[in-house]
Design a protein around this ligand. Structure first.
Ligand SMILES: *Cc1c(COP(=O)(O)O)cnc(C)c1O
Length: 390
């Protein structure tokens, strides 16, 4: 995002948002296709020889998915709904990896009938359920074990998933029991191991420890199961929300890739990655309109027609998104930017230092391409936002 002639422009081709939204009527998520393409290419270059499966939950927009599909990406999903969406966007089942802690009998049956590439199994109980469903259907079930290495990546507690008090993954101490189930159920084919430590990783020491732990588990499993050949090292690479610094992000990406390839490169395994946020966060903005400027004795509120109903991250995680007007103005003001919802958690930015805005101005809530629309809801029966790709 940058201003050209004081008008906000988006993406590598600097598409003018002020012109695009001159007939604005309601909040819109806008995605830049060129930036998604750029990010995908950058990541697939850094993670050379790894297969990338986009975490659909970050942004399930069909056009976004089609864009990634056309670049050679696969899909990582966590529900039947996401499987259907991915297939609607053109991903064949054979390019879909299916994770998630609560797969029902029906979910598993459908996934196996469709022929998904891999089911990432999150518990011993799920493994037994898959064995039963595969047996009933008389099909093979290709699975990977999502392992929980009990490692801290120092992220927000709501997006940490690799600690033993998280609901995700299988504890390493259960491996002997898992092996026993697999040996009794040859219809379940162990293809590999998988890992996902959480989201917004900006530092990689815990990640490196986890990879080393799971490398040993991989080698151990391989001794008993010749079908083991895949290592899915998850997603979770973070992005900067407080500033635009592509050089810093490239450096983080390169550290992440180097650690991954150093630790896993010698395995001869098929390496799989499941990034979500990193590919799409910067490529999206939520556009809303200033309805009121409301000064009170405590602070000034900028009240928009969009809020936690459309972008939940500030309310849920205390996430900070930069908010800037489409028409650049000089000066600054310190305000709380809030939405229309009847909750005091309905804020987009607290004590936000931003360019001055007036009633009727359009603003962009930046870096909203990941976990934006996908978490949107119509609480208070406010309309859902629109989505467009440019
Ligand atoms: C959410 C999720 C991802 C993607 O995480 P990002 O932080 O968006 O990269 C990858 N794998 C699994 C299993 C997930 O649940």
């Amino acid at each position: 995002m940058e201003y050209l002639n004081h008008e906000l422009c988006m993406g590598p081709l600097k598409k003018n948002l002020l012109t695009l939204f001159q007939n604005y009527s309601k909040p819109v998520y806008v995605y830049d296709r060129d930036l998604i393409t750029l990010r995908y290419k950058e990541m697939s270059t850094a993670l050379k020889n790894c297969r990338i499966y986009f975490a659909v939950k970050a942004n399930p927009n069909v056009e976004v998915l089609k864009t990634l599909k056309s670049l050679g990406c696969g899909a990582d999903v966590v529900s039947l709904g996401e499987i259907r969406r991915a297939m609607e966007a053109g991903f064949p089942a054979a390019e879909i990896v299916y994770s998630g802690v609560a797969k029902t009998h029906k979910d598993i049956r459908e996934a196996l009938c469709l022929g998904v590439y891999q089911i990432n199994v999150e518990s011993l109980q799920e493994l037994e359920r898959i064995a039963k469903v595969a047996n009933d259907l008389k099909v093979k079930a290709p699975i990977a074990l999502r392992l929980n290495p009990d490692i801290d990546i120092k992220t927000h507690p709501y997006i940490a998933t690799g600690l033993k008090d998280n609901k995700f993954g299988i504890e390493l101490s259960l491996i002997p029991q898992i092996k026993a189930i697999l040996l009794q159920n040859p219809q379940v084919v162990l293809k590999g191991v998988s890992l996902h430590l959480g989201s917004m990783m900006m530092e990689f020491s815990g990640y490196a420890d986890a990879l080393k732990k799971l490398r040993d588990v991989y080698l151990d499993l391989r001794k008993d199961f010749a079908s083991v050949q895949r290592f899915d090292f998850g997603g979770g690479l973070g992005v900067l929300y407080d500033r635009y610094d592509l050089a810093e992000e490239a450096s983080l990406l390169n550290q992440y890739a180097q650690i991954t390839l150093e630790i896993l490169g010698g395995l001869g395994a098929e390496l799989q990655s499941e990034p979500g946020r990193w590919l799409v966060a910067h490529a999206g903005a939520l556009i809303g309109q200033v309805q009121y400027i409301k000064p009170t004795s405590a602070k000034t509120f900028v009240i928009l027609d969009t809020g936690m109903n459309h972008l939940l991250r500030p309310a849920l995680y205390g996430a900070r998104h930069r908010i800037i007007p489409l028409q650049q103005r000089t000066g600054e003001m310190t305000v709380d930017v809030v939405g229309p919802i009847c909750e005091s958690a309905d804020f987009l930015s607290k004590d936000c230092v931003m360019s001055p805005v007036q009633e009727g101005d359009l603003v962009a809530i930046l870096d909203s391409g990941a976990y934006g629309f996908s978490m949107a809801n119509n609480y208070n029966l406010q309309d859902m936002p629109e989505e467009i790709i440019i």
